[in-house]
Design a protein around this ligand. Sequence first.
Ligand code: 13P
Length: 253
Amino acid sequence: MRKKIVAGNWKMNTNLQSGIALASQINKLVKNLPDDSKTGIVIAPPFLHLSSVQGAIDNEKICLASQNCAAYPKGAYTGEISAKMLQSAGVKAVIIGHSERRAYFGETDETLSTKVDLCLENNLKPIFCCGEQLAERQSGNYFNIVQNQLLKGLFGLSPENFERVIIAYEPVWAIGTGVTASAEQAQEMHKFIRAIIADKYGSLIADDTTILYGGSCKPSNAKELFSQPDVDGGLIGGASLKAEDFIEIVKAI
Ligand code: 13P
């Protein structure tokens, strides 16, 4: 049975103090969730906060993630943070290939594939993002775009390694815009992603792959999105910055 997950991507928000406070609030609310809650909860604060947040949360109940990692294992890459460093700081998962990194920092499919490999080598779970831009949606080319991102970024992995990856479908036109993909649009793409995984890796692995939806997901629309058979949870931006809203979304699964 594949895992349901709600992950919060804080992006470049909060300072160290307010970030620790947010993590502590989330931690408190998570403690009150029913013991049988099987939803995985992930938070991805900025790099700077990771060690402090690690000390402020119950790491059995909340999985600590980073928003990126370097495309090199180590060495003279000023300003970069390696997968190995993240692992040593208690990080368990890494968001790879967010559309903001692709768009503003020129990350290519090739770079992302290298980052996925480095994560896996360092026992970090990649949360691999894919998704089309508005013009690609409007031109009807969105299945091709997403298929290509997965082909180039992930489908070079062995089956054993592919099983360790979480996928997040985030249509760029829905990110931070308040315009959510409809539940039908999300389901259509998630079903397609699962089908191409089945073609490549077989239906057992496809059925076990967690595919998250991201893009203006909030307490008011989470339930409908998560009720779709191929939507296994969410990658949440803006709404993850308020502990109550984030936990409402967790409860929507
Ligand atoms: P919003 O929820 O703010 O639209 O952001 C989604 C996102 O980019 C999560 O990675």
